[in-house]
Design a protein around this ligand. Structure first.
Ligand SMILES: Nc1ncnc2c1ncn2[C@@H]1O[C@H](COP(=O)(O)OP(=O)(O)OP(=O)(O)O)[C@@H](O)[C@H]1O
Ligand SMILES: [Mg+2]
Length: 112
């Protein structure tokens, strides 16, 4: 299993969610986040200017899927979240050890 975490622009959430539903993702968690990337939250960084970091509002989504679905999830998020402008976000992929479905006690990929 893989856990795919993506930081995206907030207005892209519905588009990303719909696209993930279309490829069969069963569930996701969404968090309101603040962050910065290479531009440190500024649209431009002035050379020699004093360094001030601004956090910008972002949405973080977390999706857990079986290994075979992971490449499609990543591609789908990338396509749906992309505007081509700075701040489009990042996708982080990690191996996930286990999942437990609390109601049934199922574990592993069965529990997703
Ligand atoms: N190295 C990182 N670790 C954790 N979170 C990050 C990292 N880089 C970016 N993020 C998160 O992703 C958000 C969007 O990052 P962003 O897309 O601006 O990255 P970037 O590297 O500056 O790319 P771009 O040049 O396209 O803006 C940040 O606000 C932050 O929440
Ligand atoms: Mg950036």
């Amino acid at each position: 299993m893989k856990k795919i975490e993506a930081v995206i622009k907030p207005f892209k959430l519905d588009e990303v969610k719909d696209a993930l539903q279309d490829i069969g993702v069963q569930g996701m968690t969404v968090l309101e986040a603040k962050g910065y990337g290479r531009q440190k939250g500024h649209s431009e960084l002035y050379r020699g200017a004093e360094y001030v970091i601004d956090f910008l509002p972002k949405i973080k989504i977390e999706v857990v899927v079986a290994d075979d679905l992971a490449p499609a999830v990543v591609e789908t998020i990338q396509n749906a979240a992309r505007t081509g402008k700075i701040g489009d976000g990042k996708i982080f992929i990690t191996n996930l050890e286990d999942v437990i479905r609390i109601r049934t006690g199922e574990t592993g990929a069965q529990a997703i």
